[in-house]
Design a protein around this ligand. Structure first.
Ligand SMILES: [Zn+2]
Length: 226
């Protein structure tokens, strides 16, 4: 709405001041909404500084412009609301925002969601702390093949309670190593992912595959998209 007559010089100056003030308020609002709640943006410099030499390891072949920084809200099992953050590939950014909005609405429990760089990009340390994370330029444990996490196309949810279980030379190997109590999938616990639950249904509906459905190993924390 314009209350000033066109051609009024003083009025034009006043309008300029008004628009400058309005734009300032809008930018301040955008800054706040980028930091809190649910947001998606190209990797801010401050985030890349945290990742460089850690999850964005030397020799990383994933273009920076393919990655997105997300903030999402989630609840822990004590029903306390938390501000989470993730780095993922741009192709799954909207999927993850939709999924985490639905999980937040349902107060689905996720204990912690900070960048794996807070653990020096040490996947085992992040999993041990039950940290939910996505992008990390790394090999599949025990192999030379790059993990889907290397492109930010995979995410691990509540990993300590949904461990990865493999067989190596006839022996069972559990990751993280403090998850032995959670390999029996008949036991109930708040952070457990199982076929047909809300978390599983949402990821499947968005075209992800679940590591709990793999034949040769089981990775109950892991969802990925091709
Ligand atoms: Zn994974």
């Amino acid at each position: 709405m314009c209350l000033l007559l066109p051609g009024n010089r003083n009025g034009t100056e006043e309008m300029k001041g008004f628009w400058t003030l309005l734009m300032g308020c809008m930018l301040a609002f955008c800054d706040i909404s980028a930091q809190e709640g649910f947001s998606c943006q190209a990797l801010p410099d401050a985030v890349f500084i945290r990742m460089q030499g850690r999850s964005y390891a030397e020799g990383c072949t994933t273009p920076l412009e393919d990655l997105r920084y997300l903030t999402v809200l989630h609840y822990n099992k004590d029903r306390e609301e938390q501000q989470g953050e993730l780095v993922c590939h741009k192709d799954i950014a909207d999927d993850l925002l939709d999924i985490f909005r639905e999980l937040h609405k349902a107060m689905y429990p996720i204990e912690r969601m900070v960048l794996v760089d807070e653990y020096g990009a040490d996947d085992e340390a992040s999993m041990r702390d039950n940290n939910t994370s996505a992008f990390n330029f790394r090999r599949i444990s025990g192999t030379k093949a790059l993990s889907r996490h290397s492109w930010g196309m995979a995410i691990d949810i509540n990993p300590r309670y949904n461990p990865c279980i493999r067989r190596r030379k006839g022996k069972q190997v559990v990751s993280p190593d403090n998850a032995a109590g959670y390999t029996d999938r008949s036991k109930k616990h708040p952070y457990k992912i199982e076929r047909g639950d809300l978390c599983h249904r949402l990821f499947k509906a968005h075209g992800f595959t679940w590591g709990g459905d793999w034949k040769n190993s089981k990775d109950y924390q892991h969802f990925e998209k091709k």
